[in-house]
Design a protein around this ligand. Structure first.
Ligand code: SF4
Length: 280
């Protein structure tokens, strides 16, 4: 059977969700174009290669719900996949733009005494081990002039208000200290860790940066907790899931949330008192 030739980069109309001829309103080319453009955007987000990694990364280690981490470690398929991940996509796009901004800033600030750039950007650092396996993550910014480690977060208005009033919460705080440890293990001085919250839908002047002195013990305690969860899942498999403690961690947005589920090995009914709203 001959395969029709296709120029490199051509899209494949047979891929899932591509609007069929019947669905395209031929009388309204703008509407037809809208369908095609949205398909392309959703396709790039939904079909992006998914990590099948079963080990925890620095951005997850501080998640308050141990059962949620257990689902990932046990490789349980999500039951609450949610809508197309548009907000995370905005976050990723802004991260890449910010990297360009700091590359530009590096050029304008010249070089340090040893001839290197001031800001080290998007470096992979090794933050420590869990059950003997190296845990690595990509750190947004390390500033060689101040010994500061910065993580960008692009957030909505309500989150911004919450972080400004209450600080970054365990998950982001621990992530920042883990990156701090990653740099420390590379032999770099780490004086403070910071999370720069940038508004997704407000004016830039509402940006807020949280910071505190680097404390290796924050990272070590988090790694120890993650080691306990990992050991339990390795020993008991999905049998560990009903035993692992839960916490209120935006259950409606948890990929494993299924209201009234009785098979916790497959899906979670949520932390007691959680809303039964499902994000689909
Ligand atoms: S639904 Fe809530 S309690 Fe259950 S695993 Fe997810 S975050 Fe934890």
């Amino acid at each position: 059977m001959s395969v029709p030739s296709r120029a490199p980069g051509d899209i494949e109309p047979d891929r899932v969700g591509w609007p069929s001829r019947g669905e395209i309103d031929a009388t309204d080319p703008a509407k037809a174009l809208q369908g095609e453009l949205l398909w392309a955007i959703e396709n790039r987000i939904d079909y992006a290669p998914r990590s099948l990694q079963r080990r925890l990364g620095p951005s997850e280690i501080g998640k308050p719900c141990q059962r949620r981490l257990g689902y990932k470690l046990a490789g349980v398929e999500p039951v609450n996949p949610g809508d197309t991940a548009w907000y995370p996509t905005i976050g990723t796009a802004v991260h890449s733009w910010l990297e360009d901004v700091l590359k530009w800033l590096n050029g304008h600030l010249g070089t340090l005494v040893d001839g290197g750039p001031r800001f080290l950007l998007e470096h992979r650092v090794n933050v420590g081990t869990i059950c003997g396996e190296d845990i690595t993550g990509q750190c947004d910014v390390y500033d060689r002039a101040t010994g500061g480690v910065v993580d960008w977060k692009i957030v909505g208005e309500r989150q911004l208000k919450k972080y400004r009033e209450n600080g970054p919460g365990d998950q982001y705080r621990i992530q920042a200290h883990l990156y701090g440890r990653g740099w420390q293990r590379r032999g770099m001085p780490v004086n403070f860790v910071a999370v720069m919250f940038l508004p997704r839908d407000r004016l830039l002047r509402e940006a807020f940066m949280w910071s505190e002195p680097y404390d290796e013990q924050v990272a070590l305690s988090a790694l120890q907790r993650a080691e306990g969860i990992t050991s339990m899942v390795r020993a008991l498999g999905v049998g560990a899931l009903p035993i692992l403690p839960t916490a209120d961690d935006y259950c409606s947005f948890c990929p494993h949330f299924l209201p009234a589920s009785t098979e916790v090995e497959e899906a979670c009914p949520g932390h007691p008192g959680t809303s039964t709203y499902v994000r689909r």
